[in-house]
Design a protein around this ligand. Structure first.
Ligand code: NAG
Ligand code: NAG
Ligand code: NAG
Ligand code: NAG
Ligand code: NAG
Ligand code: NAG
Ligand code: NAG
Ligand code: CU
Length: 395
């Protein structure tokens, strides 16, 4: 189990075995071969867990029986063994080989079960991204994808929700050579081939920040496990000029093409852990947290969210609507969920029950065929929220 690093050790209980009631402090054991030094966000995560434990102890209750001990542990890609990474990849390829659930007469671009999730992001785009839904709806969305990998494709792990994908220093500084992007068969695939990629215009930023420059890729991904993947839905947004438009104006027809990426060090450079750390520490309220995450033009800061998306870029990763069509999307939005989670857990008393824009109590999230409808406020809690369906922590 040498690679199951950062495993949780609960008092004398061996990691992986569900413990009884917590009597001793809940600690993370990261000493077992963890390949990278902890960054400042990892340290906040440890503090967040400790604070949350104290909060639970004070409340002396569990939500739907979910506890820190029995919660699923979403780990970083780097912390998974090669075999675990390969198991994850197999499950994604499996979803891409299963029949879809969406009505393919209505949505002929949906070729497989994976595409169901891409379609959800397209049809529910405004619902998923409006205030207050961005964080809670993506929390459900990632969870539903993780559930599909597990229940429909036999995956035994959890979604690797990686700061390592994006903001771990070594990855962010040199993404192309990181274990997630290096293009070997246990990575999530490499860069796209060199292409005439224009870079990405960033709205409301002043030069030179009005553009994320191209970083040498932008063409088809020809290495790693997704080299033969067919991207079908979209594009809907106008991102790349040389992608054939979708035959249907709504983007729901089949438009088969290769997966394209521009693994982008200019974007990833503003996702170093210190940016994420600053975001969490400098956001006393949830609205500021959301706003700053989405970019701060006056500080020339593209924001952790946009920079993460354009570290992947390309097609469909660069299209707002179709971006989940790149399997790396789930790592990036997993990271966003992790950062929200850390922000919440640092002060659970005051932060677990707030959402940007103070929606009414009966506000809901509806992801249609991807997940059951749920109350938006019930998604503030990863330990028992969503009517008890959520039960996970980040380690
Ligand atoms: C953490 O893991 C290391 C290596 O497996 C082990 O030697 C050490 O005892 C563990 N620490 C705790 C507190 O369990
Ligand atoms: C917590 O609740 C349980 C039963 O619900 C009770 O037995 C226990 O004494 C309580 N502990 C504290 C510290 O209040
Ligand atoms: C893939 O990359 C990882 C991380 O760099 C490395 O540990 C592994 O040995 C590589 N696998 C192959 C088949 O090259
Ligand atoms: C992709 O397709 C080519 C040609 O059929 C095949 O040689 C290759 O093994 C496939 N790669 C993967 C990862 O399935
Ligand atoms: C993060 O660190 C880099 C240097 O490593 C520095 O240029 C940048 O200003 C820092 N950003 C923040 C938000 O602290
Ligand atoms: C989530 O927010 C709602 C509404 O404010 C609140 O009733 C609930 O207790 C919160 N959940 C947690 C775990 O704080
Ligand atoms: C969910 O999908 C059904 C079937 O395609 C559609 O009729 C309905 O409008 C969708 N609901 C939402 C909220 O998008
Ligand atoms: Cu989204």
């Amino acid at each position: 189990m040498a690679n199951l690093v950062r495993a949780l050790v609960v008092s004398a209980t061996v990691a992986g075995i569900w413990a009884g009631p917590v009597t001793k402090p809940f600690t993370l054991n990261r000493s077992d071969g963890f390949p990278y030094p902890l960054d400042e966000v990892d340290l906040l995560e440890e503090k967040a867990l400790a604070n949350f434990q104290a909060y639970l102890a004070k409340k002396n209750t569990t939500s739907h029986g979910c506890t820190l001990e029995n919660a699923a542990r979403r780990m970083e890609w780097h912390d998974l063994s090669i075999a675990q990474r390969e198991e994850y990849i197999r499950a994604v390829l499996c979803l891409q080989s299963k029949p879809p659930k969406a009505d393919t007469k209505k949505y002929p671009g949906v070729l497989n079960r994976y595409d169901d999730f891409v379609l959800t992001h397209e049809t529910q785009a405004s619902h998923l991204h409006s205030t207050p839904h961005l964080f809670p709806a993506h929390r459900v969305y990632i969870w539903a994808y993780e559930r599909a990998l597990r229940e429909e494709c036999g995956y035994t792990g959890y979604q690797p929700a990686s700061d390592s994908a994006i903001n771990k220093l070594k990855t962010a500084a040199d993404p192309i050579n990181s274990p997630i992007f290096n293009g070997n068969m246990s990575s999530m695939g490499g860069n796209g081939l060199p292409a005439n990629y224009p870079g990405v215009m960033t709205m409301s930023f002043k030069p030179p920040f009005d553009k994320i420059p191209a970083a040498g890729g932008g063409g088809c991904v020809v290495d790693g496990p997704f080299q033969n993947m067919t991207v079908s839905l979209g594009p809907i947004g106008k991102v790349l000029t040389d992608i054939p438009p979708n035959p249907r104006a709504d983007g729901f027809a089949s438009n088969p093409r290769c997966l394209r990426r521009d693994v982008n060090k200019y974007a990833s450079a503003v996702t170093y852990a210190n940016y994420t750390y600053a975001l969490i520490k400098n956001s006393p309220d949830v609205m500021k947290f959301q706003t700053d995450m989405l970019g701060i033009p006056e500080k020339n800061d593209w924001g952790v969210h946009m920079a993460g998306h354009y570290t992947i870029g390309g097609d469909p990763g660069g299209d707002f609507y179709s971006s989940p069509g790149d399997p790396l999307f789930w790592f990036h939005h997993g990271m966003i969920d992790r950062i929200w989670w850390i922000w919440q857990m640092l002060d659970p008393e005051n932060r677990m029950n707030v959402l940007p824009g103070n929606p009414p109590a009966d506000d809901f999230v509806d992801l249609n065929w991807s997940a059951e409808r749920g109350l938006t406020y019930d998604m503030n809690d990863s330990i028992g929220g969503y009517d008890g369906k959520f039960c996970y922590i980040y380690v």
